[in-house]
Each structure stands twice: as structure tokens, then as C-alpha cells.
Design a protein around this ligand. Structure first.
Ligand code: F42
Length: 334
């Protein structure tokens, strides 16, 4: 089966740079651009607006925004505006938000699962031109209505790693973005998708399973791996014990890395990343290494591979290399 390719950009970069990379990705055969959202970076919606104006066919989306730092009604109107600008090429990627980033805003991530269910409900109803009077556990909207018609209703993809979030994604969303790079994580996710699928409306479109991987490509494997180490350090430092145990990563090694990161000792954190951690939490190596790992992910049922940060030691070269050497391997042979 054909595998779609997505790419993640982080608006720590200027909006014009994100737009330039997105256009390059479009030209190199990528299907989707996902732009991350943290208040510390440039605005995801402004970045996506610029991406929409610079591209013509690639699907663009938040990868991902969240309903704690933006009210779902504001998410509904913002992403519908981008859908309008892009001519319907837009997906809403929605997550519970990064716990540590939200804590810096004094926002406690209360009832994330309930918040997700309610947000999706509110957003879809607003797009359907309803006046929403909502009295949920997390959201209370006395009277919300959009004063413009949403012609292009975006698909909604959920970020999910946890068992209940994964089940909810299969029940309610059009797709899921799983922040993981190892087949073990996808085998586990499948168990939860099956549970969620039982409650899914059969009229809803086919469920898109996106492997949102830390990805790094270079002809010299050690260069690719070195570029990925800081990202992997953050993943290891932020992972909960069951995930570390699933991949056989000793908890004390992870605690060690977490400590270095908290103190801003990034070089020490990078040096503490082991080959086992790289294997568990990223796809990094030569084009051949990357293709082999992607093939295994595809065999677990993934329908889209999202190439996430760092992409490689050089972003422009990495986008071109993925487009020329990796994507063609997964295009239909007939
Ligand atoms: N976060 C960002 O802030 N910005 C990004 O750009 C971003 C990108 C991104 C891309 C892909 C991806 O997969 C994740 C990404 N994230 C990003 C992280 C994302 O926002 C979420 O933090 C992450 O996906 C959440 O992962 P999770 O599936 O582990 O969900 C957490 C919140 C969780 O606790 N899940 C539990 C579970 O089992 O799935 C649910 C717990 C539960 O049931 N809670 C009950 C409820 O009602 O919510 C209440 C329990 C109680 O008593 O309070």
C-alpha cells in the first residue's frame, strides 16, 4: 500500500523560512506539512497562513495545537480561516498540549481526555453553523456561534500516546498522530485503536494512522544520529516509566538525562544518549537505514510517516534527500 509522507516544522524558525521549507517539501513529493504549537515559538496560525500562501497542493495542519491555551471556539474559527485561505487544504491536529509548557502559563492540564472529547464536539458543531450552548465538565460556552460559513470543514487528527487517548482517537477523529518511532509502540497502539473502533461511526472516513517520528537523514549514519541526539534526549527525559520500560531503557539513565536538561546542560544530555535510546525513539541514518525502519512501521499499519525534527544536520539537504531517495520507495509501483 502507498504510504503518505508528512513533515514537521517548528515555528522557532521565521514564518518565511517555514513557508520556504514547506514549498520545498511540496516540490519533493511530501503530502502533508505539520506545524507545531508552543506559545514559546511564533504563532502556529500565522505560520500556517504564510505556508498556505506559498504552497498550492500540500495539505497543511497544526501539529498540534491544544484546547488549554486556546479555547476550542477560537481554534474552530482560526483553523477554518486557514482552510479558507488554503482552499480547503487544512487539517486540525489537536492534542492535550505539552504539560511543562502549559505549566509555565499556570495552566493545569485537568481532565485531558474529557477536554479532548468536548473540544472536538464543540469545534465540529461550530463548523456546522450551530449555536453552541455547552455545559461540559471542562468547557462551558453559554452561547458560541461563528458568524461566517465554514465551506471547507477541516479533518481533525488527534495527538495520542496514552491508551485512553488512542481509543478516543479511533472513536472520534479522522486520524491520529502518534509521537513514536518504534514498531513496539504501534503494536501497542493498535490494541487501543481496536477498542475505539467499536464505537466509531461507520460513516466516518477511514482512520489515518500517522507515525510522527523524530527523523534524521544523512549519507554518514553517525552525522544523522548526532543530529538526532538532542531530540532523543528530550523524548527520553520527558517519557513516563511505562514507555521507557517498554523499550528497555533503565529509568536511572532517563532521570540522569532529565536532570541535565533541567539544568540546561545540553552537551551532557547529548553525551548520555545511548544507541538503545536512538533505536527506540528516532529514525536516524542513511537513506537505506531510514527506508528499512519505515518499511517496518508501515507493516504495523501506519498510513502516513511524518518526518519530525531534526530531519538531519541540514534541513534543506534533508528535505531534498528524503524526496529523492526515500519517498519514491513507497510510491505505488504501478
Ligand atoms: N504538544 C504541544 O504542546 N505542541 C505540539 O506542537 C505538539 C506536537 C505533537 C505532535 C504529535 C504528538 O503525538 C504529540 C504532540 N504534542 C504536542 C503533545 C500533545 O499535545 C499531548 O501532550 C500528547 O499527545 C498527550 O499524550 P497522551 O495521549 O499521553 O495523553 C495524556 C494527556 C493522558 O494523560 N492520557 C491518558 C490516556 O490514558 O490516554 C488519559 C487520562 C485520563 O483518562 N484522564 C481523565 C480525563 O477525563 O481526562 C481524567 C483522569 C483524572 O482523574 O483526572
Amino acid at each position: 500500500m502507498v504510504l503518505r509522507f508528512g513533515i514537521e516544522f517548528v515555528p522557532a524558525e521565521k514564518t518565511l523560512d517555514v513557508a520556504y521549507y514547506s514549498k520545498l517539501a511540496e516540490n519533493e513529493g511530501f503530502d502533508n506539512v505539520w506545524v507545531t504549537d508552543h506559545f514559546t515559538n511564533r504563532s502556529v496560525f500565522v505560520s500556517l497562513t504564510q505556508v498556505a500562501l506559498y504552497t498550492s497542493k500540500i495539505i497543511i495542519g497544526t501539529g498540534v495545537t491544544n484546547y488549554y491555551h486556546i479555547n476550542p471556539a477560537v481554534i474552530a474559527s482560526s483553523i477554518a480561516t486557514i482552510a479558507e485561505i488554503s482552499g480547503g487544504r487544512t487539517i486540525l491536529g489537536l492534542g492535550a498540549g505539552d504539560k511543562i509548557t502549559l505549566a509555565n502559563l499556570g495552566i493545569e492540564r485537568k481532565k485531558p481526555l474529557t477536554g479532548m472529547r468536548e473540544s472536538i464536539d464543540i469545534i465540529r458543531r461550530l463548523w456546522n453553523d450551530e449555536t453552541v450552548e455547552y455545559n461540559g465538565d471542562v468547557f462551558k460556552l453559554p452561547k458560541a456561534k461563528l458568524h461566517f460559513k465554514v465551506k471547507h470543514k477541516p479533518l481533525i487528527y488527534m495527538a495520542a500516546q496514552g491508551p485512553k487517548m488512542s481509543q478516543l482517537a479511533a472513536e472520534m477523529a479522522d486520524g491520529v498522530l502518534i509521537n513514536a518511532s518504534h514498531p513496539r509502540d504501534y503494536e501497542q497502539a493498535k490494541v487501543n485503536f481496536k477498542i475505539g473502533m467499536e464505537k466509531r461511526d461507520p460513516k466516518r472516513r477511514k482512520f489515518d494512522v500517522c507515525a510522527y517520528c523524530s527523523f534524521s537523514i544523512h549519507d554518514k549514519p553517525e552525522k544523522a544520529q548526532n543530529a538526532a541526539k538532542i531530540v532523543v534526549a528530550f523524548i527520553v527525559g520527558g517519557s513516563i516509566p511505562p514507555i521507557l520500560e517498554r523499550h528497555g531503557i533503565p529509568l536511572e539513565q532517563a532521570k540522569n538525562i532529565e536532570g541535565f536538561l533541567k539544568q540546561g546542560k545540553f552537551k551532557k544530555a547529548i553525551d548520555a544518549v545511548t544507541p538503545e535510546m536512538l533505536d527506540a525513539f528516532c529514525i536516524a541514518g542513511t537513506p537505506k537505514d531510514c527506508i528499512e525502519k519505515i518499511e517496518v512501521l508501515q507493516s504495523t499499519g501506519c498510513t502516513q510517516l511524518v518526518c519530525g525534527s531534526p530531519l538531519g544536520p541540514n534541513i534543506t539537504k534533508a528535505i531534498k534527500q528524503i524526496g529523492k531517495t526515500v519517498i519514491p520507495e513507497f510510491m505505488s509501483k504501478w
